[in-house]
Design a protein around this ligand. Sequence first.
Ligand code: NAP
Length: 282
Amino acid sequence: MTEPASPAVPTTTFADGSPLPLIGFGTGGARGPAGVGVIASALRAGYRLLDTAAQYGNETAVGEAVRRSGLDPAEVLVTTKVAGGDHGRGAARTGILESLRRLGLDRVGIALIHWPNPSRGLMVDTWRTLLDLREEGLVLHAGVSNFRPEQLQELFDATGQWPEINQIQLSPALPRPEPVAFHRARGIVSQAWGPLGTREGLAGQFALRRVAAKHGATLAQVALRWAVDQEIVVIPRSSDPGRQRSNLDLSAVTLDDEDRALLATVDLGEESAWDSREHEEW
Ligand SMILES: NC(=O)c1ccc[n+]([C@@H]2O[C@H](COP(=O)([O-])OP(=O)(O)OC[C@H]3O[C@@H](n4cnc5c(N)ncnc54)[C@H](OP(=O)(O)O)[C@@H]3O)[C@@H](O)[C@H]2O)c1
């Protein structure tokens, strides 16, 4: 069966000017042989940014899917994340080297600190190690996930280096304007996890349904277009090849001011996002 042509995926840029697809694929939960199938299908659909983490237990599946795709590994930007148990200078280095072994890659496209875990007091040491690994060429881009503005500031004050990207919980239900503005002013790319607002019950919101019906689009396409229009990178996850394709092809969906005003009504407020001063994962 011939695969449909892959859509042209819009891109943004890191602070150093290198390109980054605005739509990537979330692989959380895609494990083992079935997971390889799901991720390989996403690559066939045209995704070239994959999001994994040591914590997801699926880096081997991600690496296998990239190999089976027949693509040059340099064409696929793989993001992985340092697990909470691997914070600290030596442990973070070992953690990334282990991720590379499981992925079967010589270098990782984007390496993030998964959560700041402030009670451990090791986020700056972990950040220094990611900077070292970037210097050594084992990591192309260094960033973080779930960092609040003051936690980003702490990394910068200690090292003089902003993370290149911060992956945070974000969707029309959690638009997070303050962190997004903080990132933008410092050249940090904003990336949205949970971009479909599944945890927040976004699909049940009348406003989203109305905008989707107006444009003949899916609810997911509206949520993703809303983020991409703000140069926020999205990483939707789907195990369904049809949904993988429709989530990647937003070319026919155009939002206007009226749509954006309607979508603003589903904002649950910053306090509804997971708070990384208290929520830790390790
Ligand atoms: N940094 C972090 O702390 C963190 C935390 C959570 C997640 N993440 C990353 O972010 C990625 C995405 O977040 P997420 O998995 O939480 O949520 P998500 O991508 O917003 O939502 C995924 C859910 O939406 C469904 N879905 C996908 N496309 C759809 C469509 N077009 N229509 C209807 N339903 C659709 C999927 O079901 P089907 O599979 O049936 O389509 C799945 O149940 C994860 O995979 C992971 O890589 C990072």
